[in-house]
Design a protein around this ligand. Structure first.
Ligand SMILES: NC(=O)c1ccc[n+]([C@@H]2O[C@H](COP(=O)([O-])OP(=O)(O)OC[C@H]3O[C@@H](n4cnc5c(N)ncnc54)[C@H](O)[C@@H]3O)[C@@H](O)[C@H]2O)c1
Length: 407
């Protein structure tokens, strides 16, 4: 195995734990990027990697993104991520083997003594969290019957709707959905719920999914029409809501998008964060995905509050994504930067106000080896003014962030 020490060592994290499981022999890697604002909450990803170093790099990269996401969403949480490093090409373990892997991961969580709190992510489920909870208390995302917050998708969809309404108000002067043309690309757990909410508000929907089994949704919802994914992405609509995989906006299509607004649940909607500049230059309002889709994180974080999770409170907190988007768009306009740059600046200021410098480099280490899971933000750029690629213009006054707090 050829290691890449430079990539692994170029970090600004608080802790990195890599453990070989005593039951399974499978490696767990957990990175805690920051606990400045609170415990580092981040999912447990179970995925196959070329080697354990690649898994560790993924944990490092994803945990840094979680710091930004939690800070910008106004949560009192830090950034962390756990990775269960399955051997290259290995199928997800089942039965007793899966249980061993999960319990070994839980041991690694305990090694961090409460600074990291895990949850479900790509490759793990709420049921897996129940197994992990046998060994550690630092776990969220359990089913409601086990005292957890259950499936985050309805809350993610709620947050996306709130963000879409904020964008509509910014662009058209009204948050009303009625008569708005909205393309939802990806009708899975979040996309289907979002489509139902938008249809209930009177939106005219274009629905797309690579799974033709989802066609029934278009037949069921009033004002909805089924179209191929590529057509939906390039459609002449008020809002494009990407709710499938990342990279939906890329070099090859950015100049052909006709949507006035891009606002959806998918992580990493821009293949490259610099595309935010190109969208802004074309007059397309791009709402930063890590703010828009924070509903799931906000929901699960309620489990850590003194009163625990309850649906009504989680609902109310997630709805505050709307005012957060309002504030970010206001700040972007005021400073003549993209909403993405404004959102990053919100996170930076919040962390700095808590006494921590946000040491996020414009060239955060990427994990190079494909294939990769559809993943969270891979790179956190420095805020830039439109047309200026040389970094932070510096010194804006504090933004009145009204986002959710974890209590
Ligand atoms: N579930 C959550 O609470 C949550 C929270 C934050 C972010 N997200 C992000 O939102 C997105 C959707 O999450 P989900 O939980 O609904 O996932 P999901 O797997 O339930 O749904 C994704 C859907 O997208 C479809 N799809 C895949 N490729 C497509 C393509 N090229 N064109 C059209 N459709 C395609 C799939 O068939 C599936 O129906 C993901 O990017 C996820 O990371 C989800």
């Amino acid at each position: 195995m050829r290691t890449q020490p430079a990539a692994l060592l170029a970090i600004d994290h608080e802790e990195l734990v890599i453990r070989r499981g005593r039951r399974s022999g499978v490696y767990s890697a957990i990175a805690v990027h920051s606990t400045t604002l609170g415990p580092a909450l981040g999912g447990c990803r179970m995925w196959s990697y070329a080697d354990s170093m690649e898994g560790a790099r993924d944990a490092l990269r994803l945990s840094r993104a979680m710091t930004l996401k939690a800070a910008a969403a106004g949560l009192d949480l830090g950034g962390g991520k756990g990775v269960i490093v399955l051997p290259a090409g290995a199928a997800p373990p089942q039965g007793a083997a899966r249980r061993d892997v999960l319990l070994d991961f839980a041991d690694a969580v305990n090694a961090l003594d409460g600074s990291y709190v895990t949850a479900e992510d790509v490759g793990t489920s709420a049921r897996d969290m129940v197994t992990i909870a046998e060994v550690t208390r630092s776990v969220t995302g359990l089913p409601v019957v086990h005292g957890g917050s259950g499936d985050p998708s309805p809350f993610t969809a709620l947050g996306v709707e709130a963000a879409i309404r904020a964008c509509l108000r910014e662009r058209f002067g009204s948050p009303e959905l009625s008569g708005r043309r909205i393309a939802v690309v990806g009708c899975g757990r979040v996309g289907e719920r979002l489509a139902r909410r938008l249809a209930a508000g009177g939106a005219q929907l274009l629905l797309a999914d690579v799974d033709a089994g989802k066609r029934g949704l278009a037949a069921e919802l009033p004002g909805a029409r089924w179209v191929p994914s590529e057509e939906a992405v390039l459609a002449d609509v008020d809002v494009l809501a990407p709710c499938a995989l990342g990279g939906v906006v890329h070099d090859g299509n950015v100049s052909r998008l006709r949507a006035a607004i891009v606002c959806g649940s998918a992580n990493n909607q821009l293949a490259d964060d610099r595309l935010a500049e190109r969208l802004a230059a074309r007059g397309v309002l791009y709402a930063p995905d890590f703010i828009v889709n924070a509903g799931g994180l906000i929901n699960v974080s309620a489990e850590l509050t003194s009163g625990g999770w309850d649906e009504a409170t989680a609902h109310e907190r997630v709805a505050r994504i709307g005012p957060v988007i309002d504030a970010i768009l206001h700040e972007a306009r005021r400073r003549d930067v993209t909403p993405l740059a404004a959102a990053i600046e919100v996170a930076r200021r919040r962390l700095e106000a808590s006494g921590a410098a946000l040491k996020i480099s414009p060239t955060a280490p990427r994990t190079e080896t494909p294939p990769r899971p559809e993943s969270d933000r891979t790179e956190i750029p420095q805020p830039v003014r439109r047309g200026d690629t040389h970094g932070d213009p510096g010194g804006p006054p504090a933004l009145p962030v009204t986002g959710a707090g974890s209590g």
